[in-house]
Design a protein around this ligand. Structure first.
Ligand SMILES: Cc1ncc(COP(=O)(O)O)c(C=O)c1O
Length: 348
């Protein structure tokens, strides 16, 4: 099986397991786990923030951040395909009492102009606009990334209207490599930023939320409230430290493999995508012209040995990661070509 469903499916490498097995630990709810403290410091320093907080998941990083930034009744500007809006079980409504103002970004990428156009005026009838949430790279946008200049413009709008900015950086390291910059630069205008260790970086679990010391002190209380306070969790933080030390630069291989996959797919009958748009590790393609729906394609490919996921009625997503090689991608392309040729023949 060549598993391209997500970059979350990777297994810890032997070296990562070794780092986990030998990690120094303590009670992290008491702030006494040295390995967690090191991971938090390392991540905060990479992102140019004062402090970090280890949390179990990207969803918790986002929701703790939102809870810390807003009060019930506040409005949050977000892209309509953002993970925070699309995939987090309405957690913001349940946990924070926030209301979303959804925009349709260009492949998930919002512009400063669009954001500014929906900022509410001070008016007793309207919810106050408090927060802007950005996602970089953008999952449902096909791994799209924010140009640094756009982030600068969004930062200026946020300052002009006294808005906070939260960055869902589940795949921020992918975005930095694709943009030719650092994660610190991409996080410069964000008041809070969450990065995932369990996606492209290949750790089994964990995210780190970063921001000012005051923000993180408050976020720590909400992490506890939501049941995210963990004890001798240095064994997991050690995997994260190993990932930050050894798995960041290699993400370019995932990007190369994604481009290889995209170029191959674009040549197949009935498959539509623009390979030029694939800049990180996510490939979304449309299969309408094969005569099949996305779920049928998922089943057909799975029977032939390639796992992908449906991302809409005719949209399919494939993601490259640590556990797939260029050779796997070539094998996947052979299998896909056979399947799509058979499907389009049958449809015509
Ligand atoms: C952009 C983005 N943000 C947040 C998350 C949530 O991460 P988790 O599955 O660790 O909750 C994901 C998961 O795929 C994601 O793609």
């Amino acid at each position: 099986m060549i598993d391209l469903r997500s970059d979350t499916i990777t297994r810890p490498t032997p070296a990562m397991r070794q780092a986990m097995a030998t990690a120094e630990v303590g009670d992290d709810v008491l702030g006494e786990d040295p390995t967690v403290n090191l991971l938090q410091e390392m991540t905060a320093s990479l992102l140019g923030k004062e402090a970090g907080l280890f949390v179990p998941s990207g969803t918790m990083a986002n929701q703790v951040a939102i809870k810390t930034h807003i009060r019930p009744g506040d409005e949050i500007i977000v892209d309509s395909n953002a993970h925070i809006f699309y995939y987090e079980c309405a957690a913001t409504a349940v946990i924070s009492g926030g209301q979303f103002r959804c925009l349709r970004g260009e492949h998930g990428i919002l512009s400063a102009r669009e954001i500014e156009s929906v900022v509410r005026p001070a008016d007793i009838h309207q919810p106050p606009t408090r927060l802007v949430c950005l996602e970089n790279s953008h999952n449902r946008g096909g791994g799209s990334v924010y140009p640094v200049a756009s982030l600068d413009e969004i930062g200026a709008v946020a300052r002009r209207h006294d808005l906070r900015v939260h960055l869902d950086g589940a795949r921020l390291f992918n975005a930095a490599l694709a943009t030719g910059t650092t994660v610190g630069e991409l996080a410069r205008h964000a008041d809070s930023v969450g990065i995932c260790l369990s996606k492209g970086l290949g750790a089994p679990v964990g995210s780190v939320l970063c921001g000012s010391q005051a923000f993180i002190d408050e976020a720590r209380r909400f992490r506890k409230m939501l049941g995210g306070g963990m004890r001798q969790v240095g064994i997991l933080a050690a995997a994260g430290i190993h990932a930050l030390r050894h798995h960041v630069e290699r993400l370019v291989e995932d990007h190369d493999n994604a481009r290889r996959l995209a170029r191959g797919l674009a040549r197949m009958p009935g498959v539509r995508l623009d390979p030029e748009r694939v800049v990180t590790n996510i490939v979304i393609f449309d299969v309408a012209e094969t005569g099949l729906g996305a779920h049928q394609v998922v089943e057909l490919l799975a029977r032939a040995g390639v796992l992908v996921i449906a991302f809409g009625p005719t949209a399919v997503r494939a993601v490259t990661h640590l556990d797939v090689s260029a050779i796997d991608i070539d094998r996947a392309l052979e299998i896909m070509a056979r399947c799509f040729a058979a499907a389009t023949c049958a449809a015509s």
